[in-house]
Design a protein around this ligand. Sequence first.
Ligand code: SAH
Ligand code: SF4
Length: 334
Amino acid sequence: MTPAELGEFLAPHGFSAVEARRIFAHHVQHARRHWDIKNMARQKLARAQSLLDTPTLEVVDRRRDPADGFMKYLFALADGARIEAVRIPIFDDKYTLCLSSQAGCPLDCVFCATGRLGFKRNLSTWEIVEQLRIVRDEADRPVRGVVFMGMGEPFLNYDAVIRAARIFADPSGGAISGRAITISTSGVVPAIRRFTDERHPYRLAISLTGATRARRRSLMPAAEKTWPIEELIDAVREHAAVTRELVTLEYVIIKDVNCGPDDARALCELLQGIPVRINLIDVNDASGQFVPPSDAERRAFFDMLQPLGAPIVRRYSGGKDVNAACGMLAATAS
Ligand code: SAH
Ligand code: SF4
């Protein structure tokens, strides 16, 4: 529940809005699992405890990549499904968390380990919030950012994800700036439009990875079939116009597949006039089927995108040694 929902839920039981907010903060912000809340009457605490359920997730495994400090958490859900989250060090003073929104993913992007897993189910809001609560509880630095770039397609679990984002951004909850919460989608157009209409403070990132229907269809078949690239780009244009911000486009680069001169030309044409920021992500693939381009090939692609005048950044995708990098989350113990 968000603090407002908790307030509404507890009001008929004699709790003031302030008391509800204190209970919320105690459990989310301070990560307390006990009910010993200072200056709250015992009777009231017992009443709250009998009304509220505060379940948690089991941590099955934690693996830290010694090379870059990325840490992957493997969680077990009550029904046996497994999900992962990644703790990402930002310089040496804070963390950003990469969280899962679904167990598995119903989409089938051919380069993604989560897609290959198939789909189990949507996570509920508390299962998303609990990933953060647990990781933050044992972190040695503050958590200042959240990216919905773990397992699953966040915009196919829209309500739970937005409620979790609200809880993260709430000063009594995660106390994370809304601007530091990013939701990444493979292009669920109706949800992008809804997100734009609702004027959230969270940032949007779109996984494009191909500049034409054909290229996208070969790499992200389900997404492209359901939400064709022209409609997706229309929704991106609208989002940029309404928010007056650059929209982040994620482009997974795969050698000999989507980063040649034709791809660069098509991308420039497609994005002309739209204020975007491009994230180039080297493909990670433990199976070796997909390989990232060489430095020279990446540089050539980068140069060919210059006519766009858009900021282009290469995304460092860490935690490779523990299969924590982008596209490697398959909920296994290694
Ligand atoms: N389902 C959402 C969010 C999770 S994926 C989405 O697709 O946007 C987060 C990012 O990882 C996406 O941009 C996706 O394109 C990228 N990704 C997926 N598989 C990858 C791989 N094998 N190597 C590098 N990046 C990958
Ligand atoms: Fe799902 Fe995103 Fe992976 Fe595609 S890239 S299969 S949408 S998690």
